[in-house]
Design a protein around this ligand. Structure first.
Ligand code: SDX
Length: 428
């Protein structure tokens, strides 16, 4: 029996199809709403109740704290897969065979050289430029150096743009950090694996051989996997809507980077560490900051807490919390900020204000502690988030284009002035 939803408007009933998802979620298909009701639309600021698309990439259950990429549990992937394997899974829908993964990696290596003139654009930025702005600009600039990457008359064209971005993006990410640290840029080494090459480009010093330790590689790999996709979040929705106008892949991802930059979104990982540092420097006075977070007259929010979808522990935060303790232990680092994080979350998780609003630590609450342990500057934390999210953005953009989705163009409810006559300036 087909499922429908009935809407009654001013005494008249309208039926709309009910779509059922793979996990038995229900969605009212309102594609015909405006036409059937002579112009009635919906209002949903922040799209908290609105599905923008059907997607087969990532499944979240915010109440249960479940996250799966293409049906695989995030806990399994973080533990057993590599970031490149997860990237392949997200983009192409299946875990790769060894032959498929090797070809994907080789195709990426073949496209990983960044044009020397992109270097000149980087040089033009002031040294203290925020690296998210630099990364967004350099990513968009890739279009100028690869104009054919914009139009996709075939699956091969799209594949080439994808491996080009997967190859060049890590180089640009490492350049952002190396510029901040005053280090010479590194173009990578195609003889290294994807993850090893990224670590080398990020951490190699010009005066010393570099060999990434297993601790560093495992920590980076896990963090990148945990950030790889998260269904229709703010930056992914940005990538999809920009791509829906048939702007190229690089321009769409550049827009996603800008959306991720915001402190309410990916920028929270930088804001968390700055907050924890402030609490540590304030004598570890959690109560003061918890009170500020609860005070409606105070714009301060507990960064790294709360989530649009998770009304339970963010499963990624659970994994990262364990990994943070392990990395600090393996590297023999005592970071008092981790103690502040643990103390703060213990107090908040037992406070009625946070409990009643289902506010729990999210992915950003602990990730910065690992980035710090790896010697990554705090301004680079969100850039690392973007590096992890790249395959998810690509997968979502590819799905949107392959599904031939229409250009995104939401409606509104106009609440402005009715028609009124123009008044010349002398009479105003
Ligand atoms: C990411 O969407 C994704 O999937 C994002 C992400 C991904 O992987 O792409 O998971 C990554 O962005 C994680 C979130 C990182 N942001 C932060 O940590 C910033 C701090 N958190 C918040 O600003 C907030 O929780 C949001 C933005 C994350 C979610 O906001 P919502 O869903 O719009 O919730 P809301 O603002 O309506 O808050 C509901 C209530 C409000 O109180 P009341 O008006 O009901 O009294 O909870 C309060 C809020 O004031 N609240 C907080 C709070 N978060 C929500 N109060 C204090 N501190 C907080 N952090």
């Amino acid at each position: 029996m087909s499922k429908t939803a009935v809407l009654e408007i001013e005494g008249k009933k309208y039926e709309f199809p009910l779509e059922v998802g793979s996990e038995k979620e229900l969605a009212i298909d309102i594609k015909q709403l405006r036409g059937a009701t002579n112009g009635v639309t919906t209002i949903d600021p922040g799209f908290k109740n609105t599905g923008s698309c059907k997607s087969a990439i990532t499944f979240l259950d915010g109440e249960q704290g479940i996250l799966r990429y293409r049906g695989y549990a995030i806990e399994d992937l973080a533990e057993k897969a590599s970031f490149l394997e997860v990237s392949y899974l997200l983009i192409f829908g299946e875990l790769p065979t060894k032959v498929q993964l090797d070809k994907f990696e080789q195709d990426i290596k073949d496209q990983s050289l960044v044009d020397e003139d992109v270097h000149k654009i980087l040089d033009a930025f002031p040294k203290n430029a925020h690296p998210m702005g630099v990364l967004s600009s350099l990513t968009s600039a890739l279009t100028a150096f690869n104009p054919k990457s914009v139009e996709y008359s075939s699956a091969d064209d799209m594949y080439k743009a994808i491996v080009m971005l997967m190859g060049k993006f890590p180089v640009l990410v490492s350049w952002c950090m190396r510029k901040m640290k005053g280090l010479p840029l590194d173009f990578g080494d195609v003889d290294l694996g994807y993850e090893e090459n990224f670590a080398m480009m990020m951490f190699k010093r010009p005066n010393k051989q570099y060999k990434a330790s297993k601790v560093v590689l495992d920590a980076l790999d896990k963090l990148l996997i945990l950030h790889a996709d998260h269904e229709q979040n703010c930056s992914t929705s940005t990538v999809r809507i920009v791509g829906s106008s048939h702007a190229g892949l690089f321009a769409s991802i550049s827009a996603g980077i800008s959306a991720l930059w915001g402190p309410l979104h990916g920028g929270a990982n930088q804001a968390v560490i700055e907050m924890l540092e402030a609490i540590k420097n304030d004598g570890g006075d959690y109560e003061k900051y918890i009170a500020k977070a609860k005070d409606k007259n105070d714009p301060f929010r507990l960064m790294g807490f709360g989530h649009r979808v998770y009304k339970n522990f963010d499963p990624r935060a659970k994994i990262i919390k364990v990994a943070a303790e392990q990395v600090l232990n393996d590297l023999g680092i005592e970071d008092p900020v981790l103690d502040v994080a643990k103390g703060l979350s213990d107090v908040a998780l037992n406070d009625e204000y946070f409990k009643s609003r289902n506010l729990y630590p999210n992915v950003d609450f602990y990730s910065g502690i690992i980035y710090r342990a790896l010697g990554i500057p705090v301004e680079m934390f969100t850039v690392l988030f973007a590096m992890g999210r790249l395959p998810g953005w690509i997968a979502q953009w590819k799905e949107m284009r392959e599904n031939k989705e229409p250009i995104g163009r939401p409606r509104q409810l106009y609440v402005g002035e009715p028609l009124r006559p123009y008044v010349s300036i002398e009479n105003r």
